[in-house]
Write a protein that binds this ligand. Structure first.
Ligand code: SF4
Length: 273
């Protein structure tokens, strides 16, 4: 039985990150209807996570996300969202009940300074920081997520420094999964690159001293790089960073279902195209 249901509440975002696997040149304008929200099958799951695109895109999406949150909580399940954070203040102003509904929020960062944020995401870093602060002040547990790609690997220490300063409860860095739709330059295409990333992390004082930073390596990454999960775990242990690694060894398709904006249920891997 799968434990997590992820939901795409809409098919649009207020950013156009070049590394986004969902962006295909333009965004859609759909928001999940009340009818679909009312009929999503929640039985058997323990957690509902609203995932990309952007759940706080506009008032319609914020309302739909809140509606799903109420249904999820009524069914006794956990509830969270992943957002780029830019509209967190708007979401909480429009729907104050989100404070009680959300068990935590994942906020994607990807660019750790105003310049890099602008370059990689095309958005306002100031708004991102305000969003994170707003959620923290509202008493929500916030995690920061950052992808590592050819473009951002060079800023590894910076990502950790900024994430520490944001004083959220944890932050997770994950190599970018390669998909056909992404701009080629943003992927990490070398063979066996995961071992190199682990070595780089073990050599980073910021990473070793961080109490909250974790490096996330999953089965999708090892399948793409051709590396063995056991060997990578052995390497992390040898380098003394095992406790700072998050190895997800199970196939996400066996753990998670995904509901698309039109109500169709798919395996998560089918969205990585
Ligand atoms: S914020 Fe997320 S969903 Fe929006 S463009 Fe960037 S990666 Fe894609």
């Amino acid at each position: 039985m799968k434990e997590v249901l992820t939901v795409s509440i809409n098919d649009g975002c207020n950013l156009m990150c070049p590394h986004c696997y969902l962006f295909k040149g333009s965004w859609g304008k759909q928001t999940m209807t009340d009818e679909i929200i009312a009929t999503i099958n929640l039985s058997g799951y323990k957690f509902v996570h609203v995932v990309a695109t952007e759940p706080f895109l506009n008032s319609e999406s914020i309302r739909a996300t809140t509606k799903l949150g109420h249904r999820t909580k009524k069914a006794g399940l956990g509830f969270s969202v992943i957002t780029n954070g830019l509209n967190i203040p708007l979401a909480f102003k429009l729907e104050p009940s989100l404070r009680e509904l959300l068990d935590f929020i994942d906020v994607s960062m990807d660019g750790p300074t105003p310049q890099l944020y602008k370059k990689f995401r095309g958005g306002s870093y100031k708004k991102f920081i305000s969003g994170v602060d707003y959620a923290k002040n509202a008493g929500i547990d916030v995690s920061i997520l950052s992808v590592l790609s050819e473009e951002t690997l060079g800023y590894f220490d910076e990502i950790i420094r900024v994430s520490e300063e944001l004083s959220t409860s944890r932050f997770l860095m994950a190599p970018l999964v390669i998909t056909a739709s992404r701009e080629v330059t943003f992927g990490v295409h070398r063979e066996k690159y995961l071992a190199d990333i682990i070595k780089m992390a073990a050599n980073s004082l910021e990473f070793c001293q961080s109490k909250k930073g974790l490096l996330d390596i999953g089965l999708t990454h090892t399948k793409q790089s051709g590396e063995s999960m056991d060997e990578l775990k052995g390497l992390a242990s040898k380098l003394g960073v095992s406790e700072k690694m998050f190895f997800l060894e199970k196939d996400p398709d066996l753990l998670i279902d995904r509901v698309l904006v039109d109500g169709k249920v798919v395996a998560p891997s089918t969205t990585l195209v």
